[in-house]
Write a protein that binds this ligand. Structure first.
Ligand SMILES: *Cc1c(COP(=O)(O)O)cnc(C)c1O
Length: 379
């Protein structure tokens, strides 16, 4: 089977984890701290707070802004549902915004319209608490345009940068554009700690609040332990921290390899009816996933194609989710097709192709050849 994704784990990673396991100190002994400092150095932010997953990162980030029942966050309709879920679990409501058809990122003019509408009534205006753009598949959202909207209405931005460690726009790193940036180290991201996540920020008060929330509400600065809030246990283990440090050492190489694989796919797809992902000027994505769009005529037949490829030992999947049309949000809120037309279309036509370090040009040629042949047979 040609796998969709594989983590890049070698002997060095195993050795680092093994050392921690044999040391007898599995939590809170310095590796996580070192990992945080290393990420802060790479991203270029003052503080980095490691947590147990990307979803935990989003959860503590929203709580650090004091998100309350009845509040709104404004986020992308085409996304992994973490941001919407954690907002909902805070008692708040995600307000979804459609995406752009070429980059899959939140549409700044639709965002502007949505925020404007919410701000037009005093009753809803006071409930809008944050904009949470998602850097789709490791390519930054249009942050200058999003910041313009956020500043106009005085709203903070939390970046869902789960897929985007190392991605830049105008040379500026993901995770440095909002008041907080949330990363994931799930095995499908460029580097992994198994499960794991992290929040970046330049604000010392937010950093402290994040540290309190991830560790039972304990005051991280007090000389005598005391609980100053109701917190979670969202800590990363030491062996994950050690793994993360080794993984970070390979980040630049892994990103360059992904970009090379993407260039090769782009070239192979250029003569087909399948659209390669768009990269607007000044963007430097990391290709957490390489997501193509099938021709419109195949809108109803993507899953057939995924199955046919699987039967030929090529693993592919959808791009990501149409969050308003997942059963939970659809049944609670009555969303229907047509509410987010671009998300409707890209959700139906997107396909994620294999992307991992060991993927060779020959295998890529084979994947695209089979994809093209099966696409042509289906139409
Ligand atoms: C992976 C991902 C998450 C969730 O991260 P976990 O570490 O799996 O909790 C959230 N948002 C986006 C956009 C993601 O891709």
């Amino acid at each position: 089977m040609i796998r969709l994704a594989r983590p890049s784990i070698d002997e060095e990673d195993v050795q680092a984890v093994r050392e921690v396991l044999l040391s007898g100190f599995l939590v809170q002994a310095g590796r996580v701290r070192a990992f945080e400092q290393a990420v802060a150095g790479i991203v270029g932010c003052k503080y980095a707070v490691a947590v147990s997953s990307g979803t935990a990162a989003l959860h503590v980030a929203l709580l650090a802004l004091d998100l309350r029942p009845g509040d709104f966050i404004v986020t992308s309709a085409y996304a992994w549902p973490s941001a919407a879920n954690v907002a909902h679990l805070c008692g708040a409501e995600p307000v979804f915004v459609d995406v752009l058809p070429d980059t899959f990122n939140i549409d700044p003019s639709a965002l502007e319209e949505t925020v404007k509408r919410l701000m037009a009534s005093a009753e809803t205006a006071k409930r809008v608490r944050a904009i949470v753009p998602i850097h789709a598949f490791g390519q930054l959202a249009d942050m200058p345009a999003i910041i313009a909207v956020a500043e106009h209405y005085g709203l903070p931005i939390i970046e869902d940068a789960a897929c985007a460690l190392g991605a830049t726009l105008d040379g500026r790193q993901a995770g440095t554009w909002g008041v907080m940036g949330c990363f994931s180290f799930h095995p499908r991201k460029t580097i992994t700690t198994g499960e794991g996540g992290l929040v970046t920020t330049d604000d010392p008060d937010l950093a402290k609040r994040l540290r309190v929330l991830r560790n039972h509400g304990l005051d991280p600065d007090a000389s005598k332990p005391d609980f100053i809030d109701a917190g979670y246990n969202y800590r990363l283990t030491e062996f994950q921290g050690a793994l993360g440090l080794i993984q970070l050492g390979k980040l630049e190489r892994l990103i360059q390899q992904r970009r090379q694989i993407a260039r090769q796919y782009n070239a192979l797809l250029s003569s087909t009816r399948i659209s390669a992902p768009a990269v607007p000027p000044h963007h430097n994505p990391v290709y957490q996933s390489y997501v193509v769009l099938l021709p419109h005529i195949l809108t109803e037949r993507r899953s057939e194609l995924v199955d046919a490829l699987k039967a030929e030992s090529v693993e592919t999947t959808i791009g990501t989710w149409h969050v308003p049309l997942t059963r939970y949000f659809r049944t609670r809120r009555g969303y229907k097709p047509g509410d987010y037309p671009v998300t409707d279309s890209v959700f139906a036509r997107s396909m994620s192709l294999p992307m991992y370090e060991q993927l060779t040009p020959d295998v890529q040629r084979h994947i695209v050849e089979r994809l093209e042949t099966l696409t042509n047979q289906a139409t």
